[in-house]
Design a binder for this molecule. Structure first.
Ligand code: SF4
Ligand code: SF4
Length: 444
């Protein structure tokens, strides 16, 4: 029987719309908009100014903060503006706008670094940092910082190939089309952590990828094992994946390294391999373009900084006026208000939905069915958390561990009363963080 965790849901995943669509690389756009924030942590400062010439792969943003990742130009051309532009997070974020000269003149810094065997762990971590690699499954945590936080603590390396969010198949296509790059990246991580084994964890709805990866593994390799997991959402959430694969439970508020684990997404592994073997930083992205309003759903490789409108056009445009636009998956992605927003490092999907799919209710009502409790993968009590939030009872909310909510959306998905559960918990967590900060200030 395939491995799994407690709770979760299995939505109609609609992956059949794109799972057999091989990546199509679209031409670089005439102008790219590259935000100085494409990761968790501190934003970068622009290293270029209006009028500067830049090359493909040139570093154009940097920060000295430990939790940050440098940013590179995805085309060669001329900087036409350095100014705040609308970001997928809904805010105006400092961005470098580059007019493409369509020459793809490569920056001198882009060159192979040598074999993995010839490089030390420190050199490999530096290469990963300089390439601006972040978690490409959606979290966008700087990869070098994640690696450093687990050094000396990790005994189990897990490659997260679950891709459990509905509609998204860009990671599945990476597994089918670039298995050697994924395995190359795993070998880099094994060397850094001084491990002689790793586990690739894949959901059972991707058995073709299991076969492709098995074939790409060195003959009789016992070092890298593949584990098939039950197809269930949110199988790819870090804590759920670790429990499924190892039986270890990450304590609340702690990182996977606390239980000896490190988890990396398949696209992150491929990016690591490419950074080491070619020297190319993270300047392209594989994106699933799908949803009921998209005429011809497909998987696309584009330059970072490409406007989403160009992805929609490359997928045949809209079948009908889109009612809802999402960057990422329908469960955890972010709603968008503008299609000129650019693709950023962690854009794994762009979805457009028709109005008939809207499940909004004007009068959300709890019918006390208990389904939200049953599906919560974090063992929380969404029904009571929602009630306490409505009554501003923040001490009680804290006691129910609302801060452990991973915002997976399972409760909202399953709620027949159509309550805004996940959104409520997101706001409640933010308010609790603010309250904790304020009481800390008062105490000082
Ligand atoms: S309460 Fe949070 S963790 Fe639990 S199902 Fe809802 S969104 Fe997911
Ligand atoms: S699933 Fe919705 S209706 Fe059912 S108990 Fe939870 S909040 Fe109430």
């Amino acid at each position: 029987m395939a491995l799994t965790f407690r709770g979760g849901v299995h939505p109609d995943d609609k992956k059949e719309l794109t799972r057999k669509k091989a990546f199509e690389t679209i031409p670089a756009p005439a102008t790219v908009v590259i935000p100085m924030l494409m990761h968790i942590g501190q934003p970068c400062q622009p290293l270029v100014a209006k009028g500067n010439k830049v090359k493909l792969g040139q570093k154009i943003g940097e920060s000295t903060a430990p939790i940050s990742a440098p940013i590179h130009s995805s085309v060669s051309g001329t900087v036409v503006a350095v100014e705040p532009r609308l970001h997928p997070n809904g805010n105006m974020v400092m961005s470098v706008v580059i007019e493409n000269d369509f020459n793809d003149t490569l920056d001198e810094s882009v060159r192979p670094h040598g074999s993995v065997e010839s490089l030390s762990a420190d050199e490999l971590i530096r290469i990963i940092r300089e390439a601006g690699i972040v978690g490409l499954g959606g979290a966008a945590f700087p990869t070098h910082a994640k690696i450093q936080s687990g050094l000396g603590k990790v005994d189990t390396l897990i490659i997260n190939c679950a891709e459990c969010e509905p509609y998204i198949t860009s990671g599945h296509r990476t597994m089918l089309e670039r298995p050697e790059e994924i395995i190359g990246g795993i070998r880099v991580l094994m060397k850094i952590y001084r491990l002689d084994s790793a586990i690739i964890a894949i959901e059972s709805n991707k058995l073709d990828a299991v076969r492709v990866l098995e074939k790409a593994l060195p003959q009789k390799s016992s070092q890298i094992k593949i584990k098939v997991l039950k197809t269930k959402y949110p199988q790819g959430a870090e804590k759920q994946l670790i429990y499924t694969v190892t039986g270890r439970e990450v304590p609340p508020g702690q990182l996977p390294a606390a239980v000896g684990c490190a988890v990396f997404n398949q696209d992150t592994c491929a990016a690591i391999h490419n950074a080491v073997t070619t020297g190319m930083p993270l300047v392209t992205r594989g994106v699933t373009v799908s949803g009921s309003a998209i005429a011809n759903p497909k998987n696309i490789i584009c330059r970072i900084g490409t406007p989403l409108s160009e992805l929609a056009a490359a997928a045949g445009g809209y079948r009908e006026e889109p009612f809802k636009l999402i960057m990422g998956g329908p469960m955890m992605g972010v709603a968008l208000t503008d299609v000129e927003i650019p693709v950023i490092k962690n854009t794994n999907a762009f979805l457009a939905f028709s109005q008939y799919e809207d499940v909004y209710s004007e009068h959300p009502t709890c019918i006390r069915c208990g389904r939200c409790v049953k599906v919560c993968p974090m063992n929380l009590l969404p029904i009571y958390m929602h009630m306490y939030y409505q009554k501003d009872m923040f001490d009680e909310l804290e006691k129910l561990n609302v801060s452990d909510c991973i915002e997976c959306g399972c409760c909202s998905y399953t709620c027949p009363g159509r309550l805004f559960l996940t959104q409520t918990f997101r706001v409640a967590k933010a308010r609790l963080r603010k309250r904790a900060l304020e009481s800390k200030k008062e105490a000082n």
